[in-house]
Design a binder for this molecule. Sequence first.
Ligand SMILES: Nc1ncnc2c1ncn2[C@@H]1O[C@H](COP(=O)(O)OP(=O)(O)OP(=O)(O)O)[C@@H](O)[C@H]1O
Length: 630
Amino acid sequence: MTEPLIGIDDVTPPPWAAGARSVAESGVRSMLRATPRTAAQLIRWAWRTSPRLTLLTGVVQLAAGAVTAFGLLATANVFTSLLEQGPTPERVLATLPALGLVALAYSARGLLDAAVATVQAALVPLVEQRAQDDLHAAVLALDLVAFDDADFTELVDRVAQQSIARIRMGVRITGDLLASLVSMAAAVGTAGVLHPLLAPVVLLAAAPQAWASLLSARESYASFVRMISRWRQLDVTGDVITSRANAAELRAFTTEDVLLGEHRRIAGQLTAEAVRLAHRQTRIQLLGRTLSGVGAALAYALLGTLVYTGAIPLALAGAAALAMRMASQSVSATVNESNQLVDSGYYVELYRACLADAATRRRAPADAVLTGGPHVVTLSDVTFRYPGAEAPAVDGVSVTVRRGEVVALVGENGSGKSTLAKLMVGLYAPERGSVQWDGVEVSRAADALSRVAVVLQEPVHWPMSAENNVRIGRLDRADPTGSARDDAARHSGADVVVGSLPAGWPTVLSTQFQTGRDLSGGQWQRMAVARGLYRDAPFVVADEPTAALDARAEHAVFDTLHGRTGTGTERITVLVTHRLANVRFADQILVLEHGRLVEHGRHEDLMARRGTYHELFTLQAHAYADTVPT
Ligand SMILES: Nc1ncnc2c1ncn2[C@@H]1O[C@H](COP(=O)(O)OP(=O)(O)OP(=O)(O)O)[C@@H](O)[C@H]1O
């Protein structure tokens, strides 16, 4: 097979990758500016999480840097007094107080390092938790339609998987960077005090290494942008291979080899790119180190010249050499930490961009209140298009539904039934036209969804007890004796499912837990119907609620939905189904084709019209009539 299995070999980088692309294309100077920006952003988040711990971290990091500087000065002092006129026993004794200070500085640094570790251990997880919490809150506040935008959902996935960990790392590195900067300033400052020429020379010696690190980081960004579609393909293929849901079909169609081959093909491309990148980065780093080495040699040569010409007394030369050594060490640490921050900076920025994007995709603010109802639901010229789609999924639908009615949505696959049902309850807002409940625009009503129960074809498999799988339909419903729960279970057939569970209602329905159980497709659907009934809402949307149910269970569910038994008829029921025998008794049948409402009426009217509904119904009826013995 030569064609890529996934079908898309090169996708356009999503808009959220623009940040990485601009870094990859930007100069070293703008990358230099990115580091303080990232650090400032992380400090702001840390401050927002805990001003006290942030302040404390800053203070102990600064103190650690300052103590290191103090240690350097004390050591320089020891050297100076030792070398002043050649060491003698008296002079050695005279250095003892300075040596004491060196020891003090070392132990203070040890204590401060412990303090840094303790304060960071408290602060970093808090910042991480807050970042995760804010992300979850933003995702839960999203308008449903946001999940239909593939680029945005990939952004959310990436941020959830990568950015949170990078924020954690970034906060820690920002603290370390602060301490390294103080040490560097102290060392460079000391060298400068000993002779003004030494400070710039020390910095110049380190500059090539810093430059090489930034170039190397820029190469990483460029590689990331180049391979972004490969990474997406690798993730998708990996998920197909490892997912439990796919396991049976994947084997039944004997696709193991082709999938493995596809995964290897993509992974091979990524590995080749990783090797190319590593070689390029090694060359850049080597150049940087060589130039830095030459710079360091020049710096020491300058020191030698200064001593030789008497510009620096010999007694101070040892201190100067020490300061230069420490300056180059702390410059290396600063460069290394800045580098890591540049690396994290991309994901930190992605997180910020994701929250900003999510804020624009929130559900519209509720500015209308419903008083009871809905009694009358009115759709006027409703049109809706999924993000990025050319054709509307629902196109100019107008209809009125009254309380007590059962409305069936009928049509071929992809004709817009599920989308229309979601528009009716305000899960989607129309692009054109309006959906009103008793004259109120439903997508702007504060409490519309609390009046809705949905039963979907592929319901959520809530990883919780069977009891809560039903009660989550309305957790605040007062049902101390469990009679409402039992009613819902009886009318959906979930009572039989629960009866077969080892611990009954408390059994956890998830094999992710040791004592948990999984259910069959039809059993899950019965639980979903029970949940919908338990919600006891005045507006019920049942989207293929019985697709996986056996005949007896299906019959019972439709009896309930049609209000012929049990749980009350004072509601609106919207039913999406392909089993047309179940829509015969509906008060209104809406037939959709390519999103347009092409037929509308009761069963008898539509049969008399001999249009699409008549054709679909007759096809199904014949399939049964030919086989039922008379
Ligand atoms: N998330 C989405 N993004 C883009 N297009 C979508 C999305 N979901 C559905 N569509 C498209 O919108 C149209 C209507 O889909 P919808 O799910 O409403 O159809 P349906 O009548 O319920 O289909 P089925 O009988 O197969 O369940 C289809 O053309 C479908 O391809």
